[in-house]
Design a protein around this ligand. Structure first.
Ligand SMILES: Cc1cc2nc3c(=O)[nH]c(=O)nc-3n(C[C@H](O)[C@H](O)[C@H](O)COP(=O)(O)OP(=O)(O)OC[C@H]3O[C@@H](n4cnc5c(N)ncnc54)[C@H](O)[C@@H]3O)c2cc1C
Length: 346
């Protein structure tokens, strides 16, 4: 850990110029350069931060700040955002928003201190997942053609405007990694190509969290059900209808499961499944079982190696495992979770 600087001298002159408004971004990208501050930040603090805790997960609402591109590109100082959050009071909304800003810092620190995460899993025990990496399925995910409306709507939102809601990022990432068993690094790369806020630290942290390979990651057996997620976070289906015109004629939450509609209902809604909108690319229940088995094997493999190899516990709490599947002896703080809870549930 590097020591904190005692002072940061200001340069005599500040280099650089204001970011010009012209040429404008494509119309689908809703982030004009002049908006960053004070307008967008102020509007968020005045109108939305109080409800942020309650609305931040709803993909159909404008409940988050959408400041990520400005923070990413240095057009809004994170300190200004923190000051705004603190000045907004101590209610749950402001506290929760501050928490998100802290996640941003956290992932920046992870990348700085564990640079290997840019290339491989933070957790050594998760480096041998037997990915399927099917290119045709990856293309379907990338283009929003999986047959799961919440996934496809989100991928199209990103293609159209270079941004995607955080809940939607988690849903599509889980679908790629768990339902399709495609290496999280493929998704990470595609996001970096598409996102206006594409950030090596936050993007990597988000992908590794979802894949169950990162710091404080979601456990591998947490697999999002795209239908349940859609019904919960887009309860009336408005988000799906906005981004998926093919199924825009389906009323209400039924839009999350178009394969359940009868031929007559499809006709009334103006589409035919398999012609205008694809059948689901995988059966989620079966894909879930497959992911559990594949991830579970990784755990079992590491467990069997660990069980036959020496393990030293140092008084400071650091444990050293000799693990044949890893190049070097492997350091761990505390007892690895896969030796306790995860293995029994896998
Ligand atoms: C798979 C995946 C990939 C992601 N890739 C990126 C990326 O490339 N760039 C990026 O800025 N964020 C990324 N995130 C985090 C998050 O989705 C976005 O920061 C958020 O959606 C931006 O919208 P907002 O500005 O309205 O956020 P708000 O909810 O208003 O949050 C305020 C700010 O906090 C920061 N923040 C919020 N959530 C997170 C988080 N989970 N991790 C780190 N910082 C966060 C962002 O700077 C954001 O602008 C990713 C998340 C996932 C699950």
């Amino acid at each position: 850990m590097r020591p904190a600087p005692t002072a940061l001298p200001d340069p005599a002159t500040w280099p650089g110029e204001a970011i010009p408004d012209a040429p404008a971004l494509p119309p689908g990208v809703p982030f004009p350069p002049s908006e960053a501050r004070p307008r967008r930040l102020q509007r968020f603090v005045d109108e939305a931060i109080a409800a942020y805790d309650a609305t931040r997960d709803r993909v159909d609402l404008d409940g988050t700040s959408r400041l990520s591109p400005y923070l990413r590109l240095g057009m809004l100082a994170p300190r200004a955002a923190v000051v705004a959050a603190l000045s907004a009071g101590r209610d749950a909304g402001a506290a929760r928003w501050l928490n998100e800003l802290i996640w941003r810092d956290f992932y920046i620190h992870i990348l700085e201190h564990f640079p290997h995460v840019a290339r491989q899993s933070f957790q050594p025990a998760r480096r041998d997942v037997a990915w399927r990496n099917d290119p045709a399925e990856f293309a379907a995910w990338r283009d929003g053609r999986t047959g799961y409306p919440i996934v496809d709507a989100a991928m199209r939102q990103m293609l159209a405007g270079g941004w995607m809601h955080n809940r939607a990022r988690m849903i599509v990432a889980s679908f790629l990694v768990k339902d399709l068993l495609i290496d999280w690094r493929w998704g990470e790369q595609w996001f970096m190509r598409c996102l206006v806020d594409g950030d090596p630290a936050a993007n990597n942290g988000g992908w590794q969290w979802t894949a169950g390979t990162g710091t404080d990651a979601a456990p591998y057996f947490r697999i999002f059900n795209p239908v349940t997620q859609g019904r919960k976070f887009d309860p009336d289906g408005d988000y799906v209808r906005r981004w998926l015109p093919q199924v825009a004629g389906v009323p209400g939450p039924a839009v999350h499961e178009p394969w359940r509609l009868s031929a007559a209902a499809q006709q009334a809604a103006g589409f035919v499944l398999g012609r205008d909108y694809p059948h689901p690319i995988v059966d989620h229940a079966a894909a879930r079982e497959r992911a559990l088995a594949v991830y579970g094997r990784t755990v079992a493999q590491v467990l069997s190696v660990v069980a036959h190899e020496p393990l030293w516990a140092l008084p400071c709490g650091v444990r050293i495992l000799r693990c044949a599947s890893l190049a070097r002896p492997h350091l761990r703080m505390r007892t690895p979770r896969f030796l306790t809870t995860e293995s029994s549930r896998g």
